[in-house]
Design a binder for this molecule. Structure first.
Ligand code: GDP
Length: 558
């Protein structure tokens, strides 16, 4: 029998790239992590290499020991909208009398049981060398203790959840179809697969879950609602077309969410397909293929001819294994709504991706601002099931209203808890509607930097010409100082679109356009999501504005 390079690398607990380098030093050349070697040869290599790795490990340990420095402890105090004088004194570590004296110096008369506001607390705190930050009010899931951390010992491996992204017509839908078709077992083949918004694929006795709606738009709109369900992004790039604008968007959306990318180089059956050219183009966007010494896994496939599909699935499993995805199946369930609608016969139906615990028929659940008792559950094959564990998508019946996609579902103790939760949630939503959610904007940037609320300024740049992106990027990054880091999370050519605004909303970013305008749709969503969109005709005006905002000297615009 034979072994693949990546399998051997995994056994040795190193990357395929490292293994290939070590093998090269031994005079054995392989050109891909998918290459195979004889088992016997693998054993010999293993012996030789494990010795080397140990030596190297020792050396590295020695060198890090010396340079290890202890980070200076930051003195931060969290304060809500107001704080009682006595409590603040306690936190600072002075007596209430001392604090009252300080307050008098500021012209504020207060006794120790009275409250002072956040701004006053910040002034006093800063004087005494503390950083005062506004504490977030308790979230409802914490009030009900629904989303507690699990004991690491209770965590069990769970299947990866994958979203397919890429430029239009590069083959996202075809790839998803090919994956589903090559993995139907015989008894399933006769039945009708039900569209529930996600599908489970079995390979080598393991499961992979694919979200059925491809594209980074769907991915980021979930994220903007606070839900992150994707573990791995599969980026489809057509080998006859190359990296296109939406490919770049997809890359940046996945990066902003910190989700690893596996590239599927599709349409390799086409006569003008060039795998190497695609790899070269990917390097420009920081996705250096493993074969060339980077860490981006890429797999040539043909969705049309169903070639390379198993390789792709194997690589997904491998990347997932390195992520060590785990969840506790033995607790009350938590999950995210992927899609939901009103069915004429069945009432509200929702597909939920279970993320923690096990969801069971009969469970009382809360979901967004609705609730109910689970009457029935169906899997992606349309089969009636009684329970579903972590990473498994299920269609549920029994909610009293249709939830929104991105809503979080929790199984709760009993109907009374569900009722109180739903009431509280509705109340919170009303409050939310009254106060516009706080997002970053140039107008109050300085304030937020000063209060410690913002340490990074995320920016999206849209221009009319490719060449200007880098120029702007460089000038903006120069504005970075000790208090605020500047990240250009996406740069692209063309008008400001809905997808840009969703990315900004999900990543708390501002959008800057040069000689480009937002579409009406983008403007509407920006208003709704409270995203700061600014357009300029000349670069230096934008640089000046941002510099002024960072320094607290921006003149307000009305
Ligand atoms: P999407 O917009 O990314 O979802 O792309 P589709 O899956 O709709 O595919 C766009 C077009 O490319 C369709 O006409 C497909 O038949 C074709 N296509 C997809 N995959 C392949 C492939 O591997 N080889 C070839 N030759 N054509 C493909």
């Amino acid at each position: 029998t034979k072994k693949r390079i990546y399998e051997l690398a995994k056994e040795l607990k190193i990357t395929s790239k490292e293994l290939m380098e070590l093998m090269e030093e031994m005079g054995i050349n392989v050109n891909s992590h998918m290459a195979t070697i004889e088992n016997e040869e693998a054993e010999t290599i293993k012996e030789l290499i494990s010795g080397e790795i140990k030596d190297k490990g020792k050396k590295e340990k020695q060198s890090t020991n010396g340079t290890h420095k202890k980070k200076e402890e930051e003195k931060v105090i969290e304060v809500e909208d107001t704080i009682v004088v006595k409590d603040l004194a306690d936190k600072i570590g002075i007596t209430p009398a001392e604090l009252i004296t300080k307050l008098i110096n500021l012209g504020i008369m207060a006794n120790q049981n009275q409250s002072i506001d956040f701004d006053t607390a910040s002034i006093i705190g800063e004087e005494l060398g503390f950083k005062i930050i506004r504490s977030k009010s308790l979230e409802i899931k914490d009030e009900f203790n629904l989303d507690y951390e699990d004991d690491p010992e209770d965590l069990k491996p769970r299947p990866p959840v994958v979203t397919v992204m890429g430029h239009v017509d590069h083959g996202k839908t075809s790839l998803l179809d090919a994956i589903r078709e090559t993995n139907v077992t015989e008894q399933e083949a006769g039945g009708i697969t039900q569209h529930i918004g996600a599908s489970v694929v079995n390979i080598k006795g393991k499961k992979i879950v694919f979200l059925d709606t491809p594209g980074h738009e769907a991915f980021t709109s979930m994220r903007a609602r606070g839900a992150q369900v994707t573990d791995i992004a599969v980026l489809v790039v057509a080998a006859d077309d190359g990296v296109m604008p939406q490919t770049v968007e997809a890359i940046n959306h996945a990066k902003a969410a910190n989700v690893p990318i596996i590239v599927a180089i599709n349409k390799i059956d086409k006569p003008d397909a060039s795998i190497d050219r695609i790899r070269q183009e990917l390097v420009e966007y920081g996705l250096v293929p493993e074969e060339w010494g980077g860490d981006t896994v890429n797999v040539p496939v043909s969705a049309l001819k169903k070639e390379g599909i198993d390789d792709l699935l194997e690589m997904i499993l491998l990347v997932a294994e390195m992520q060590e995805l785990k969840a506790n199946p033995n607790r009350k369930a938590m999950g995210t709504v992927i899609e939901a609608q009103l069915d004429k016969g069945k009432g509200p139906v929702a597909t939920v991706l279970v993320q923690k615990g096990t969801l069971k028929v009969g469970d009382v659940v809360v979901c967004g601002s609705t609730s109910g008792r689970i009457r029935a559950m169906f899997d992606d094959k349309g089969k009636n099931i009684k329970k579903a564990g972590p990473s498994i998508p299920v269609m549920i019946l029994g909610l009293s209203e249709v939830p929104l996609s991105g809503d979080i579902l929790y199984a709760v103790e009993d109907e009374k808890t569900a009722r109180i939760y739903a009431e509280r949630k509705k109340e919170l939503e009303r409050e939310e509607q009254l106060k516009i959610t706080q997002k970053v904007s140039l107008d109050d940037l300085f304030e937020k930097i000063q209060s410690g609320e913002i340490k990074e300024l995320n920016i999206i740049i849209k221009t009319d010409a490719r060449g200007t992106i880098d120029a702007i990027k460089q000038s903006l990054e120069k504005l970075e100082n000790e208090e605020v880091k500047i990240n250009i999370i996406h740069g692209g050519v063309g008008g400001i679109t809905e997808s840009d605004v969703m990315l900004a909303a999900a990543s708390n970013a501002i959008i800057i356009g040069f000689n480009v305008r937002p579409t009406q749709n983008a403007l509407d969503i920006a208003k709704e999501e409270n995203v700061d969109v600014r357009t300029y005709r000349v670069i230096y005006e934008a640089i000046e504005d941002i510099e002024a905002a960072i320094k607290g000297m921006l003149e307000p615009k009305y």
